[in-house]
Design a protein around this ligand. Structure first.
Ligand code: COD
Ligand code: ZN
Ligand code: ZN
Length: 388
């Protein structure tokens, strides 16, 4: 017979599961329009789902790409994918998190079962909603409604809301002592850049690196190069105002392509005596992707594409550039397997292996989300954190 205590615990969980939460969320109804703060209903988590109370969320360039229409997703939607929060309730069968746990939602899931998850190096799990966005959880539906209409979810997450629901494969439990208003950046921008250096390029001790683009993600690449022991880290940006911070996080030199007559790849080849060991494109432009490829040493250089170019642009190159021995790679989320790596990255942050402070330039209450996007668009912010 069940003990009365266990029975009442089970009843409590059931009641919690049936509960629809009404809360505030920032809804994007149409492209190019401001977010509108609405009251939304958040359905309880179904089996293998988790409902999260949001504590902090970063504003990432990709959220703005949706608003601008350069990242095509169905609407209306609740955006946001770089966040941290606390588990409010769990659906049946959930074993990896429990109510009260601190967590980071994962915009790339890790189902653990597909061919990608089983591959030792790959990370874009087949259950992702990135490549062909439906705007739903894995069962094909969303947990949000507003004014009687279903509101879609972004990248299996949606963090511009006081509460969200995600699949269990899209959430990682993190250290209970971690400061959520900082480690939220591990949910996207920081890990994307840092992993591109340490995991994708596998930057080596004493090497020379070139980082094109010194925004938040580029700065995280610089931090990764430094952590991997690079001897020279050359920052490349057309905005000189980015140089001071890049040097603060580890760049040894910074150059502006507009200060030179010759192409920047030639400048970098000369500076490095024949080509850098590792180069990174962290802007999202075709021309700089080619410059980054060309500036790395032709027989052993490794060039990594981090930025996503505007819709459907193609690159044409001479195959000899690769036949000589260069490696050209690209990755999303720094090549990290999300559910495995996020708790470890948080542990590394807690062990002071890197700092996130230089990336956070603004902190605003959630309701000022439109102000946060203006800061991003005007180039005034690196990362704005919205707190709930
Ligand atoms: N030459 C040199 N620097 C340039 C040039 C140029 N022609 N043009 C712009 N820049 C500089 C800017 O001055 C700026 O400092 C920097 O490049 C870009 O920085 P931000 O702040 O605009 O952008 P980030 O660092 O926040 O993000 C950059 C990405 C390229 C990573 C981002 O735009 C992107 O494409 N993200 C998608 C990648 C991804 O993994 N997405 C998955 C979920 S986010
Ligand atoms: Zn992002
Ligand atoms: Zn998978």
């Amino acid at each position: 017979m069940k003990s009365p205590i266990l029975h009442s615990e089970a009843l409590k969980i059931c009641v919690q599961l049936l509960f629809v939460i009404k809360c505030k969320a920032a809804v994007l109804w149409e492209l190019e329009k401001p977010f509108s703060i609405e009251e939304v209903e958040v359905a309880p988590p179904k089996a293998y789902e988790v409902r999260i109370k949001m504590v902090a969320t970063g504003i990432c360039r990709s959220d703005d790409h949706v608003v601008r229409g350069s990242l095509v997703t169905p609407l209306p939607m609740i955006l946001g994918h770089e966040a941290a929060g606390i588990v409010e309730s769990i659906g049946e069968g959930v074993t990896t998190v429990k109510p009260g746990d601190k967590v980071i939602p994962l915009f790339v899931p890790q189902c653990g079962k597909c061919s990608v998850c089983k591959h030792p190096e790959a990370n874009i799990c087949c259950k992702n909603d990135l490549t062909n966005p439906r705007g739903t959880l894995s069962d094909g539906t969303s947990r949000f409604t507003c004014k009687g209409k279903p509101i879609l979810q972004f990248l299996g997450t949606s963090t511009f809301t006081q509460y969200t629901v995600v699949d269990e494969m899209s959430v990682a439990k993190i250290d209970a002592a971690s400061p959520l208003e900082k480690v939220c950046l591990i949910g996207c921008g920081f890990s994307t850049g840092y992993g591109s250096a340490i995991k994708v390029a596998k930057v080596t001790q004493g090497s020379t690196c070139a980082v094109f683009g010194l925004g938040g993600v580029g700065l995280s690449v610089v931090m990764g190069c430094k952590a991997a022991g690079a001897a020279r880290i050359i920052g490349v940006d057309i905005n000189k105002d980015k140089f001071a911070k890049a040097k603060e996080v580890g760049a040894t030199e910074c150059i502006n392509p507009q200060d030179y007559e010759k192409p920047i790849q030639e400048v970098l080849q000369e500076m490095s005596g024949g080509g850098v060991d590792f180069s990174f494109e962290v802007i999202g432009r075709i021309d700089t992707m080619i410059s980054a490829l060309l500036c790395c040493q032709k027989a052993y250089g490794v060039s990594v594409i981090v930025g996503v170019p505007p819709n459907s642009q193609n690159i044409s190159i001479n195959p000899m550039l690769l036949l000589n021995g260069r490696t050209w790679k690209g990755a999303i989320f720094g090549g990290f397997k999300s559910k495995d790596s996020v708790p470890k990255l948080v542990a590394d942050f807690m062990a002071k292996k890197f700092s996130l402070d230089s990336l956070i330039t603004h902190v605003l209450p959630f309701e000022k989300i439109n102000e946060g996007f203006e800061l991003l668009r005007s180039g005034k912010s690196i990362r704005t954190i919205l707190t709930f």
